[in-house]
Each structure stands twice: as structure tokens, then as C-alpha cells.
Design a protein around this ligand. Structure first.
Ligand code: NAD
Length: 379
């Protein structure tokens, strides 16, 4: 295991005719204890710059803050609308602010003095959430717009926006054998209603701030990120966490049954959090100015995802398919030709490896919650 390996992929130039050398050291050992392999978030000279993470109380934001600290960044400001005690991860040596970024003065408070802003704050969740909360998802447009304005006002050097595969045209995702969505497949626009349209609009807002005001904006389209320290219950959880929880529940209760949304033939790809963080850093430091896929190309059906989690848990369950559940598109996968061309890298942590980490974390959370409930203590 190599800890703290420093990669500083600054200054890539695009387009390139031959693939860039891989920026992730593939000789590193497999994941252990969720250590971020090769996450070169801070070069030596950047350690004293202020790095701002919005949505720092959430899943990806919490991991990003943890990785920044590990890499030696000394000045980090993390902002989330949730009270700090509800954040998935928070650290005493970080400036933690509980602020609503739908409000301009709060965005300015967040951005002031920043060298880099990673804008991850948004209303989001799995299909069950985004299909039933379209207005709330669209309102995230306020956060990105106001954060861009604040970044411009304070002369921030770099701005990252987390877009989504939900921007892609629905007509290209009807087939479960989806060949992989290319960046150009976002147009003509027919994004996921609500959440996807907001992401597409905000992508364009980033582009125009870059073109018109010279702000260094970078945009990645995340495809289903998963890992420990994220939502696993309560309605906003996504498929990998939901399936881990259901398998754990069935195993511990002895019911031996699992409810699956839809036929289970719908396909997706899932990217482990460490790959996401590595990709974010490389995209931020690159000259890739247009939105680019950041996702795994290891496509599986939901039934195959259940197979893997059952294998990890050592159980085989009876499947009950809930056919009227919110499903989203039939097939979605990430086409990684562009990221491979530009970075000589693509997310590569096998789904099984990442799910083992995720399952173990959710298992501990689940059992801890059960214990607290049976002891009669809250939370
Ligand atoms: P998350 O819900 O865990 O984190 C988002 C955080 O933003 C939450 O903690 C939430 O409280 C905060 N937030 C919401 N409104 C806010 C406001 N008004 N002011 C301040 N904070 C606010 O989600 P995540 O999985 O960590 O996602 C991070 C980003 O990546 C989001 O923009 C999301 O849309 C995007 N994304 C994630 C995935 C994924 O699979 N996780 C896929 C595509 C895109």
C-alpha cells in the first residue's frame, strides 16, 4: 500500500494525438480502509491555498475533504446546509460552515478568499427521490449560479461543477444493452426531467462564465458514484447502497427475501468513490473545458448487482420485483473514449471490490442502529 502518493497532473494540454501517460499508479495495492490511492489533490505549492468544498456534509464532498486533508491541504472550508452533526464526515481542523447556498450572501461567505471551489452541493438522491422532487432538484440551479457569481467576484482560480449522466437524452437510453453514452449524446437535449435539466443548464452556465468572464470552470458528468459514508436509507439512497441495506436486512432478519425495483434487467454502471476523486482532480487540472464523462464502463443489470451483493453477504434471496417503482432509463453506461484519450485513464476499480467496502460499512451502520434502537437510545 502506498499512502500519500503525490500526483500533480497539472498542465495537460488537449487535444492530444497520443494517449497521455496514466496519471494513476496502477501498481498501488487494492483498496484498503478506503484510502484514496494516488489522489494528488494538492501540489506542494497549493497546500496553503484555501480550498472550498460545497456539499461537504454530503457523500462525495465529505470524501473530498478527507482526501484534501490527507494530501496536506491546510486551509479547507467545507459548507453544507445540514447541521454539522448530520454531516457524513467532518473534521475539526477544517472550517465547517452550516449555510444555505440558495442565498447570495452565504455563497459570498463561502467563496471569499478561495483558490479553488468544488461545487458539489445539490438536492439529489436515487430515482425514488428525483422522480418525486423535480422542483426541489431544479432549485439547485440557484446554488450553482450564485456560487459562480461569487467565484467571479472574488477572482477564484478554479471552479469544479459536478454534473450527472442524467443530462443524457432519454431516447439514447431505451435499450438495456446501452453501448455507452458519449458526451455528444446530451444533445439534442432530452434530459431526465427536473434533476437532469438543472444539471444541463448549470453545465452551460459554467461554460458561459468561462467564455465570457474567463473563469476556469471544469465539469464532470458523474455516473452513479457509490461507497462508504453516504446515504443508505431514508429515501435518497441510490441502488448500490439500497441493495446492500436490503440484503443485510434480509440476512439478519432471516426473511430471505428482497424487493427489487422493476424487472432488474435495467442496466447501469457504478463508480467507486476513490475513482471519482481521482478523476475529479485530473479533470480540474486539465484543459478539458467541455463536460466529460466520469464513470465506470463496467455495466451491470440490477439483477447482476444483487448477485454480487448476495455473493459478498453469502446469501441467496428470493426476489420480489416491484414493477411500479420509479425506474429511470432502461440502460445507461459511460463511454470512456474521451477521458481515456485526454487523461490516459478511466475509472478502474472493479465493482465487486468497491461493493465489498461499501457493504462492510453499511453493515456496521445497520447493526449499530439496531443496537441503539434496542437499547432505547435515539439516533
Ligand atoms: P449528497 O446528497 O450526499 O451531497 C450533496 C450535499 O449538498 C448534501 O449534504 C446537501 O445537504 C447539500 N446541499 C443541498 N442543498 C444545499 C444548499 N442549499 N446549501 C448547502 N448545501 C446544500 O450527494 P453526493 O452524492 O455527494 O453528490 C454530490 C454532487 O454530485 C451533487 O451535485 C450531485 O448532483 C452530483 N452527482 C452525484 C452522483 C452520485 O451518484 N452520487 C451522480 C451524479 C451527480
Amino acid at each position: 500500500m502506498v499512502l500519500g502518493r503525490r500526483l500533480v497532473p497539472v498542465g495537460l494540454r488537449f487535444p492530444v494525438s497520443t494517449p497521455q501517460r496514466s496519471l494513476v499508479d496502477k501498481s498501488c495495492a487494492p483498496l484498503v480502509d478506503h484510502v484514496i490511492l494516488g489522489f494528488g489533490i494538492c501540489g506542494e505549492s497549493m497546500n496553503d491555498q484555501l480550498i472550498v468544498v460545497t456539499g461537504g456534509g454530503g457523500f462525495i464532498g465529505g470524501h473530498l475533504v478527507a482526501a484534501l486533508r490527507k494530501q496536506g491541504c491546510k486551509k479547507i472550508r467545507s459548507i453544507d446546509i445540514k447541521p454539522i452533526e448530520e454531516w457524513y464526515q467532518h473534521f475539526d481542523d477544517v472550517e465547517n460552515l452550516s449555510l444555505d447556498l440558495n442565498v447570495q450572501p452565504n455563497c459570498e461567505r463561502a467563496a471569499e478568499g478561495a483558490y479553488e471551489i468544488w461545487n458539489l452541493a445539490a438536492n439529489m438522491g436515487g430515482m425514488g427521490f428525483i422522480e418525486n422532487n423535480k422542483a426541489l432538484c431544479m432549485l439547485s440551479v440557484l446554488i450553482n449560479t450564485l456560487m459562480l457569481q461569487a467565484a467571479q467576484k472574488f477572482g477564484v482560480s478554479k471552479f469544479f461543477y459536478s454534473s450527472s449522466a442524467c443530462v443524457y437524452n432519454g431516447d439514447k437510453q431505451r435499450d438495456p444493452d446501452c453501448p455507452g453514452l458519449k458526451e455528444e449524446d446530451a444533445y439534442p437535449a432530452l434530459a431526465e426531467d427536473g434533476y437532469g435539466w438543472e444539471k444541463l443548464f448549470s453545465e452551460r452556465m459554467c461554460r458561459h462564465f468561462r467564455e465570457d468572464f474567463g473563469l476556469h470552470t471544469r465539469v464532470a458528468r458523474f455516473h452513479n458514484v457509490y461507497g462508504p459514508h453516504g446515504t443508505w436509507d431514508g429515501g435518497r439512497e441510490k441502488a448500490p447502497a439500497a441493495i446492500c441495506r436490503k440484503v443485510i436486512q434480509a440476512k439478519l432478519s432471516g426473511t430471505r427475501e428482497i424487493e427489487i425495483w422493476g424487472s432488474g434487467h435495467q442496466t447501469r454502471s457504478f463508480m467507486y468513490i476513490d475513482d471519482c476523486l481521482n478523476g475529479m482532480r485530473m479533470i480540474m487540472d486539465s484543459e478539458i473545458v467541455d463536460p466529460i464523462n466520469l464513470g465506470s464502463a463496467e455495466m451491470v443489470s440490477i439483477n447482476q448487482l444483487v448477485d454480487i451483493v448476495e455473493g459478498i453477504a453469502g446469501v441467496k434471496l428470493i426476489r420480489k420485483h416491484k414493477l411500479d417503482a420509479p425506474l429511470g432509463v432502461n440502460g445507461r453506461n459511460s463511454d470512456n473514449a474521451l477521458i481515456k484519450k485526454y487523461l490516459g485513464w478511466e475509472p478502474n476499480i472493479p465493482l465487486r471490490t468497491g461493493l465489498e467496502q461499501t457493504y462492510a460499512w453499511i453493515y456496521d451502520e445497520y447493526v449499530g442502529r439496531e443496537r441503539r434502537a434496542s437499547a432505547g437510545s435515539p439516533g
